[in-house]
Ligand binder design. Structure first.
Ligand code: PLP
Length: 300
């Protein structure tokens, strides 16, 4: 027992039990949600597509003008050291860049804060548990809240502006649904708390391209479809079209491909995970074991 088996954090170069990891209460990451992050999955002792996740994290930091003073190799070394110390084989590994505390009391200039990096790792998290997926998972289209517009908060930089998702989750849970998906102000489908969405119609797949995070799992789905010769299109997806689909599924680093059997009152694929979503779900778990996508823990 190392004290790290429930999770570990990397803070200021030290690896500590996750319960001991804390932030100053004046950190703008906390007071202003002025923070960006990424989450890479660890499967059977190796990171999946680590260079892609770290590249997205770097792009998010650049978009937010955050400078943590660490290069890509330093970030990767910190993650390996932390996950190796925790000894977790299947895990959820977060890397975070926060604006930090103002350098001078009363400062209101975002350029004058002590930006900093930290990371944490916990046992693997499924956004929807596998037994719920098997039994048929449900999505609630949020009615009283819309996705924050892309010209207000950049959805392509993974962020903590979860007010819209949290309101949608309250609606979903109160109505007895598993999770929620938000619409934009034009009535197009966007995404949900931690996942992208896909609609299958007549064997072809559509996924929203605007107002959403560029999910690495979404990218993996598009690549798997290319391998399977399934046609995919990235474009606006109106709610009416989603409701006419044959199959719906979600994609997330927290569980891979997640077939959905119900959206609001409408049942999809006869209430069981659909054939294309199920095939992609299985293939995703093959892809996470493919050597070219894996970086074993402790071997940066
Ligand atoms: C993390 C996240 C996703 C999914 O991205 P992955 O890289 O596939 O995990 C989708 N939407 C939002 C808002 C997210 O935070």
């Amino acid at each position: 027992m190392t004290g790290l088996e429930h999770g570990a954090a990397w803070m200021k170069g030290r690896i500590i039990p996750i319960a001991e990891a804390t932030l100053p209460i004046t950190d703008w990451g906390l007071t202003h949600s002025d923070i960006t992050y990424d989450v890479v999955p660890i499967w059977e002792g190796a990171f999946f597509r680590l260079p892609d996740y770290v590249a997205r994290f770097e792009a998010s930091m650049a978009a937010c003008r955050l400078d943590i003073g660490m290069d890509r190799d330093a970030i990767i070394a910190a993650l390996h050291a932390m996950v190796g110390a925790a000894g977790l084989q299947n895990a959820y590994c977060a890397m975070v860049a926060s604006r930090g505390v103002p350098l001078i009391h009363g400062n209101r200039d975002p350029r004058h804060c002590a930006n900093h990096f930290f990371a944490w790792v916990v046992p693997y998290v499924h956004v929807i548990k596998p037994d719920v997926i098997e039994a048929g998972a449900s999505v609630w289209i949020a009615k009283d809240v819309r996705r924050i517009p892309a010209d207000s908060v950049n959805p392509r930089a993974k962020n903590y502006h979860w007010g819209d998702f949290t309101a949608g989750l309250f609606e979903a849970k109160d109505a007895g649904f598993e999770t929620t998906v938000l619409l934009d102000h034009a009535g197009n489908v966007t995404e949900g708390p931690g996942f992208n969405i896909f609609a299958v119609k007549d064997g072809r797949i559509v996924t929203p391209n605007a107002g959403v995070l560029g999910g690495i799992t979404r990218q993996t789905v598009l690549e798997m479809c290319a391998e399977l010769e399934i046609q995919t299109t990235e474009r606006a997806l109106p709610l009416e079209e989603l409701m006419e689909a044959d199959e719906i599924f979600l994609s997330s680093s927290g569980g891979g491909v997640l077939p959905i059997t119900r959206v609001d009152a409408r049942i999809f694929s006869n209430g069981v995970p659909g054939p294309i979503g199920s095939r992609l779900r299985t293939l995703y778990f093959d892809w996470v074991m493919r050597a070219e996508h894996r970086q074993p823990i402790g071997k940066p």
